[in-house]
Design a protein around this ligand. Structure first.
Ligand code: FAD
Length: 530
């Protein structure tokens, strides 16, 4: 076998997977058909859950330094600012990164590429996947090099992170069900002055669509995204000059464009692969699902696909878990993609609908309604949990088990374990629990009871135990997160709760690891314990 995992595609999804596998000691090769990293940026919004993952990768500080925190969204209609929605720190107490970070996809890819190089691995550019053949033990991939020569790589697993036109998906004849939208988007990287509120998101709603102005690093630097007005659709030769009059008409005549560094139009689709796996091949990111960019979810969802699959591949390739663990990838990630398609479809329909009532709703009602709704704590929290992706849950996964005596109000199996600040030593300092939790092993968090010292399996580097001491500050923090005393939470490496219960039940932990995680060594030890 040449490698354990062949990663096809070095966009954000492939780079995240390569980093996660490298950190976990898995041999992987990452290829891309392009000559080098893309300089054109598509995604702009980095969600809180992505930043949490970046912190484990050691790149969050650089991302925060390079990006801009979205502090507010200013809504404009018919030349007037109709509302300002404060979104800075909207998720306070819910995440160490309670905001949306505006940082271009090219910068995200560069940070992940640098992190990968620091781990001694590089992308094989100019290398295109052109053929695949798999049997029960391996995949043979045919690769075309820049000079036209053809080579072959054998891998135990192939990860298709190769975007919307995925060769991995097509070579496995997996249908990409869905359709294109009729609207055509444009994106332009501009130097422009105007009435926009500096350093904040400016949203121009008009009868037939919208324009978004994203503040970027540098003076008067804005990324403008919008849909082409109907009379410009269908033309292949458009330049940004052609679009400017319609932007001026809707976003204000005083707009003065000084330069346009980059401009592109694109047609978007809403599609989801009917399977995310064919035996030894997986689909992740845009190869598995694409949807409208409304809500800044696409890149972030691909990054989480990679984070979900990486720890499972690491356990399987190291021989510590049975291959059936990999079945949970599709079971967990496909519902997330399907839900995303439905919600982005609805939101997109609302912001682009040509109907009279939708135009009226957009220009006269939407901004005020959104601003009013965001004054309500519960709606703000719900909005943040949904958009930031910290609310993604896997309740129906076979890896999720909540024991009966845990109160219904407590965090359940499948949830991302909440962000807490706790004293982990009696009389010690209050610590950020996420910073304490290593995302390579499983973490067992024991609340309001003594942790087991000797009964738990000697899983070595695979299990860390954290006992939360009794303390007034801890009690308040646990109550805020609705975590009862006593309780215990066994977290998977990706921070989602695998097993949850009240009184720590060592036999249940054994059984869970052996039967649900199908840890091979653990199953053997279970026999001894019995
Ligand atoms: C205008 C626009 C705005 C967007 N805004 C946002 C946003 O704000 N937030 C957000 O989260 N998402 C956003 N998205 C979505 C986001 O850009 C994508 O979801 C993201 O790029 C997906 O990453 P990926 O790595 O899965 O695929 P890609 O970025 O498409 O990368 C795939 C890679 O695979 C390579 N490849 C393809 N075929 C082969 C082959 N046969 N062999 C080898 N290599 C191959 C390609 O060269 C490419 O480098 C936006 C998208 C668009 C179009």
């Amino acid at each position: 076998m040449d490698t354990e995992v062949l990663i096809v595609g070095a966009g954000p999804t492939g780079l995240m997977l390569a980093n996660q596998l490298a950190r976990r000691g898995v041999r992987a090769v990452i290829i891309d058909r392009h000559a080098g990293p893309s300089l054109q940026t598509r995604a702009l919004g980095v969600q809180a859950r992505t930043l949490e993952i970046y912190s484990h990768l050691g790149i969050v500080e650089c991302a925060l330094e390079l990006g801009k925190r979205a502090t507010g969204a200013n809504m404009w209609a018919e030349g007037r600012r109709t509302a300002r929605i404060p979104i800075g720190d909207i998720g306070r107490d819910l995440s160490p990164y309670p905001f949306l970070l505006i940082l271009g996809q090219d910068d995200n890819e560069r940070l992940m590429g640098d992190a990968l190089r620091a781990r001694g691995q590089t992308v094989r550019w100019n290398t295109e996947l052109v053929g695949l053949a798999q049997d029960t033990s391996r995949v043979k991939a045919t690769l075309k090099n820049a000079d036209g020569t053809i080579g072959e790589v054998t891998a135990a697993w192939v990860a298709g992170c190769d975007g919307a036109r995925s060769a991995v998906r097509e070579l496995n004849a997996i249908e990409f069900a869905g359709a294109p939208y009729e609207h055509v988007f444009f994106v332009a990287d501009t130097e422009v002055t105007g009435a926009m509120v500096p350093d904040e998101l400016n949203v121009y709603l008009w009868r037939k669509g919208f324009h978004l102005f994203f503040p970027m690093r540098g003076t008067d630097h804005w990324r403008v995204v919008g849909i082409l007005p109907p009379h410009l659709r269908g033309r292949d030769d458009l330049t940004f000059e052609d679009v400017i009059p319609s932007v001026r008409q809707e976003a204000g005549a005083e707009l003065s464009f000084k330069a346009c560094g980059w401009y592109s139009t694109y047609r978007i689709h809403h599609r989801c692969a009917v399977r995310f796996r064919d035996r030894r091949c997986f689909l992740l990111g845009d190869a598995a699902h694409i949807h409208s960019p409304v809500g800044a979810q696409g890149m972030n969802t691909g990054l989480q696909d990679a984070y979900n699959l990486a720890w499972k591949l690491a356990l399987v390739t190291s021989g510590r878990a049975n291959t059936t663990l990999l079945d949970s990838y599709e079971v967990e990630r496909m519902p997330v993609a399907r839900r995303l398609l439905i919600t982005t479809d609805r939101a997109f329909a609302l912001v682009v609908s040509d109907s009279w009532w939708a135009g009226l709703f957009r220009t006269c009602v939407l901004a005020k309604l959104a601003a009013f709704a965001m004054t309500c704590d519960r709606i703000r929290t719900l909005a943040f949990r949904t958009i930031s992706q910290i609310g993604i849950r896997y309740p129906d996964s076979s890896l999720s088990e909540t024991l009966p005596e845990l109160p219904d109000t407590a965090p359940r199996a499948g949830d991302r374990f909440p962000w807490l600040r706790l004293k982990l030593q009696p009389n010690g300092p209050i610590e950020d629990m996420f910073a304490k939790l290593d995302d390579a092993p499983f973490n067992l968090i024991v609340v309001g009871q003594h942790p087991p010292s000797i009964q738990l399996p000697a899983l070595g580097d695979l299990l860390r135990i954290h006992a939360v001491p009794s303390d007034a500050a801890n009690d308040a923090e646990l109550a805020r997160a609705r975590i009862p005393r006593p309780s215990f939470y066994l977290l998977r490496p990706d921070g989602h709760i695998g097993l949850a219960g009240a009184q720590l039940d060592v036999a249940a932990v054994h059984r869970y690891l052996a039967e649900r995680m199908v840890l091979a060594a653990e199953a053997a030890r279970l026999d001894v314990v019995r």
